[in-house]
Every structure is written in structure tokens, then in C-alpha cells.
Design a protein around this ligand. Structure first.
Ligand SMILES: NC(=O)c1ccc[n+]([C@@H]2O[C@H](COP(=O)([O-])OP(=O)(O)OC[C@H]3O[C@@H](n4cnc5c(N)ncnc54)[C@H](OP(=O)(O)O)[C@@H]3O)[C@@H](O)[C@H]2O)c1
Length: 224
């Protein structure tokens, strides 16, 4: 049994990861601004944390530390997508998106590292849109570039921490969630959150997995 902490646990892929890892018998901690009541019913230890708020992050770490909790796997899944034409994309748009997808993720990771086991793993959830030379979609200048930054951040941390813990990045294709529906109304993703959650957990809990600093694409039919 492992202890897994998932950010962005209130909905979509993050909630599905929590639900599936709980089913598999792991200790599950979920954080997001909203607390999903179903998560609490399932026994997922849920904390209301805004990853852009350093005080809330510190309070979370204090809570975990005082309960002697250490983490085997951190899944940085919380994300924000704002879609807009580049000419209408302001500094404020870029800041909002980077605050969650890059700075929030970096600050949460830095604060949690002292309680992440050295044989553990940090998995960053990026997007196929952030991968070099992938097909890009108009309107995602802030979002896709933030996901590209996350890929590079993963590679740097993998070098810096030398596998103690390991850092990897999963670049996802489209999944049927609120985020996708709001950005691309009417588009039918070929994969549901629970299917994606299983793929993510197969990677996370693979005992033979010694990968570090890798960017792995999990894409079953991207937007065309
Ligand atoms: N769906 C796709 O097609 C797709 C494709 C590629 C990559 N991804 C990535 O997969 C991840 C999950 O996305 P999703 O599709 O499941 O979207 P979603 O249903 O909108 O879920 C996003 C999650 O992030 C949390 N979140 C947002 N801002 C936060 C903040 N400031 N602090 C803490 N939590 C925050 C939200 O919770 P609260 O609002 O309660 O805080 C929510 O639980 C994201 O990183 C996304 O970029 C998704």
C-alpha cells in the first residue's frame, strides 16, 4: 500500500485517479479548492488547498507532517485552461494560467519534497499540446506554453534530484472532462477520466519502473 497525493482532486481526471487508487487499496490524499463530497465518502483524505496560495500549501504540509505522513507518489494534476485568441490574451490571462500550471505546481512540489520518500516519484500532468512538434490548437497560447514549461521543469528536476525522488511527466491527449468541454464544446473525446486514471496509475505503481526525467505521451486520439 502506497500513499499518493493528487492535486486537482475535486473533478475530472484527478478525482478519477483518487477513486481508482482508493479502489486499489492505497492511502489517498486529494487537494483542490473545492472538496468533492463523494471523495470524502470514499475515504479520500481531502484538503481544500488553492495551489496558488503559499499559506494554504504550508498549512497542508504542517498538517501532514504533524500526522507523520510521508508521500510515495505526488501527482501534480491541478490545471487551468483559458482559451482565447492570442490578440485578446492579456498578461492577466498568462499570469492566471501560469500561476496554477507552473508556479502553483512548483511551489506545491517544493513544499512537499521534504516529506516525499526518496524512493518515491513525482508525476506531472502535462498535455500533448505542450510537447515539442505536436499539433497545436489555436487559442491555447497561455495553456499549451505553460504545459511546455512543465515538461522542461520535469526534466530539470529529474537531473537535480537524481532519482531521489524520480520526476516524470505524462502528456495527455484529450479526455472527456469539464475542462475539455468548456474549451472545445461539442468535441467528443475518445477516452473517459476513469480510463485515463488507470493508465496514469499503471505508470505510477509499476514496480519495475525506474524511469526518471521522461516525458510519456498518453494519447488515444487527440483533437483533429
Ligand atoms: N481533459 C483533457 O482533455 C486534458 C488533456 C491534457 C491534459 N489535461 C490535464 O489534466 C489535468 C486535469 O484536467 P481535467 O481535464 O480533469 O480538468 P478539470 O475537470 O477542470 O479538473 C481540474 C482540477 O484542477 C483543480 N484546480 C484548478 N485550479 C486549482 C487551484 N488553483 N488550486 C487547486 N486545484 C485547482 C480543480 O479543482 P478546484 O476547482 O476545486 O480547485 C479540478 O479538480 C490538468 O492539468 C489538465 O491540464 C487534461
Amino acid at each position: 500500500m502506497k500513499t499518493i497525493l493528487v492535486s486537482g482532486s475535486s473533478s475530472g481526471i484527478g478525482f478519477a485517479i483518487c477513486e481508482e487508487s482508493k479502489k486499489q487499496g492505497h492511502n489517498v490524499i486529494g487537494i483542490s479548492r473545492n472538496i468533492n463530497s463523494r471523495a470524502t465518502e470514499l475515504g479520500i483524505r481531502s484538503y481544500s488547498v488553492d495551489v496558488t496560495n503559499q499559506n494554504q500549501i504550508n498549512e497542508l504540509v504542517n498538517n501532514l507532517t504533524s500526522g507523520n505522513i510521508t508521500i510515495d507518489i505526488l501527482i501534480n494534476n491541478a490545471g487551468l485552461l483559458i482559451k482565447d485568441k492570442f490578440r485578446d490574451t492579456t498578461d492577466d490571462t498568462f499570469k492566471k494560467v501560469y500561476d496554477v500550471n507552473v508556479f502553483g505546481l512548483a511551489n506545491l512540489t517544493r513544499a512537499l519534497l521534504p516529506i516525499i520518500n526518496t524512493d518515491g516519484q513525482v508525476i506531472n500532468i502535462s498535455s500533448i499540446g505542450g510537447v515539442n512538434t505536436s499539433k497545436k490548437f489555436p487559442g491555447l497560447s497561455a495553456y499549451a506554453s505553460s504545459k511546455g514549461a512543465l515538461i522542461t521543469l520535469t526534466e530539470v528536476l529529474a537531473e537535480e534530484y537524481r532519482s531521489r525522488p524520480r520526476f516524470n511527466c505524462l502528456a495527455l491527449g484529450s479526455v472527456k472532462t469539464k475542462m475539455l468541454a468548456e474549451a472545445f464544446p461539442g468535441y467528443e473525446a475518445k477516452i473517459m477520466p476513469d480510463e485515463m486514471a488507470k493508465q496514469i496509475l499503471d505508470f505510477a505503481f509499476d514496480q519495475n519502473n525506474t524511469r526518471n526525467g521522461e516525458i510519456i505521451t498518453l494519447d488515444k486520439g487527440n483533437l483533429e
